[in-house]
Design a binder for this molecule. Structure first.
Ligand SMILES: [Zn+2]
Length: 431
């Protein structure tokens, strides 16, 4: 890989920088990987020019919910292949969940992930540490040490933290470090036998369902514990109207809570399961139309401030089995942007709000100085064509696994270039 040129002049794009309230035609001058000037810029003589005419120039996307499967399940994805998928999707930073093998509950695993990310050399990879050792839901990890080693948040994602006493301790402990706890809210005593949303469609298909209450019961409990402890809490992949309502109420009481939604939850319903397509199987499951409407409303009203993929690669063996036995999860890094842009076309979010939900908002929650195009910031940038239509093709994904629920979907919005610290890590048509 060649060293990047000293100066890059990104010329004449529609520059959108929600953190600084910008949406205007402007140039961006990058020097040594850092944003040097924004606006009408006089280009220095010795610069590389990127013509952004007709393109949107936005902060590189920050995805705070990603599974890269390394260490332990490299046949599904590894940090290098996941980094390529991210770069192709315009994602310049990923926060990766700790349910690897071994679990990220130990400094050595944090170090390993950071080292592998450096070796891949494409996007920024931030480990999320486990809340409990081995994700067993009992003994807390050394959050302070893990945070110092590079963990940007804590979660037992994939598994809910069900024990109320442990959750209270975790919240109190995390508070000492100002750490963010991320909950996968799912009461296993309600969801254990289910494999899709409980409703008309699960009855019709004869599949065991997971009621909305499996999510909302844990959310309600967690929010009471947040009120008790005053700790920061983030709800992963919200899927039900009841949980959106509970989050709205908590936010109106100024509790330090936030939540994210995935593109599959806001764009699909459990009707996607009608053909027993295992790529429509995930946890939490795709819900009903009223829940989807509540998610859109939650985005529009600023209750849900983050869009995250829950990128969960699975090999064919794990998915090509009967529905109830199939693994949960879908890949998402390469469809995050175009599917989210449907929110803009449908009038749910402005383009600026939509970009914010995938850049400065998650960056702020994770305490990262990223997701903006302010002068002095790292030049993590995505250039995309807002109008270009294309069809999602699972076989063409950069991810090792092809389990997308958007295969065949006609989408609009195509990533043209992705830069991390001024280095081009992806260029459309050059891979
Ligand atoms: Zn989860």
């Amino acid at each position: 890989m060649n060293n990047p040129p000293v100066n890059i002049w990104i010329k004449g794009g529609r520059l959108i920088d929600p953190a600084n309230g910008r949406d205007e035609t402007a140039d961006l001058l990058v020097t040594n990987g850092v944003i040097q000037a924004v606006g009408r810029v006089e280009a220095p003589a010795d610069c590389r020019v990127i013509d952004a005419d007709g393109l949107v120039v936005a902060p590189g996307l920050v995805d705070m919910h990603v599974h890269l499967r390394e260490p332990g399940q490299e046949y599904k994805e590894d940090i290098a292949s996941g980094s390529r998928a991210a770069a192709a999707g315009g994602v310049t930073s990923v926060a990766v969940m700790p349910n690897t093998q071994p679990v990220v509950d130990d400094l050595s695993v944090v170090g390993y992930i950071l080292e592998r990310a450096r070796a891949a050399g494409l996007v920024r990879v931030f480990p999320i540490g486990a809340i409990t050792r081995g994700l067993q839901g009992q003994r807390l990890t050394e959050m302070g040490l893990l945070q110092r080693a590079g963990c940007v948040a804590f979660s037992d994602d994939g598994r809910p933290l069900t024990d109320s006493g442990v959750m209270r301790c975790a919240l109190e402990y995390a508070r000492m470090f100002g750490a963010l706890l991320i909950q996968h809210a799912d009461d296993p005593t309600l969801s254990a036998n289910g494999c899709m949303n409980e409703g008309v469609i699960s009855s019709r298909l004869g599949l065991a369902g997971i009621p909305n209450a499996a999510e909302s019961i844990l959310v309600d409990r967690d929010l009471r514990l947040v009120a008790l402890t005053g700790s920061r809490y983030h709800l992963a992949h919200v899927s039900t109207r009841e949980a959106v309502r509970a989050m709205a109420q908590a936010r109106s009481q100024h509790l330090p809570v936030s939540c994210e939604v995935t593109p599959h939850h806001f764009s699909l319903t459990d009707e996607a399961v009608l053909g027993y397509d295992t790529d429509a199987k995930m946890s939490p499951p795709l819900r009903g139309a009223m829940d989807r409407a509540a998610l859109l409303e939650g985005l529009a009203q600023g209750i849900i401030t983050v869009i995250a993929t829950d990128h969960a690669p699975h090999d064919e063996e794990s998915k090509r089995v009967e529905f109830c036995r199939a693994a949960n999860g879908v890949v998402g890094l390469e469809t995050l942007l175009p599917v989210s842009l449907e929110l803009v076309r449908d009038g749910v979010l402005s383009l600026s709000h939509c970009i914010a939900a995938m850049s400065c908002n998650p960056a702020r929650l994770l305490g990262l100085p990223l997701g903006t195009l302010g002068v002095g910031q790292a030049a993590d940038v995505v250039l995309f064509d807002l109008e270009e239509s294309w069809t999602v093709d699972a076989r063409r994904l950069h991810s090792k696994s092809k389990n997308t629920c958007f295969h065949g979907r006609r989408v609009k919005g195509r990533v043209k270039q992705t830069l991390v610290a001024g280095k081009v890590v992806y260029r459309d048509g050059h891979d």
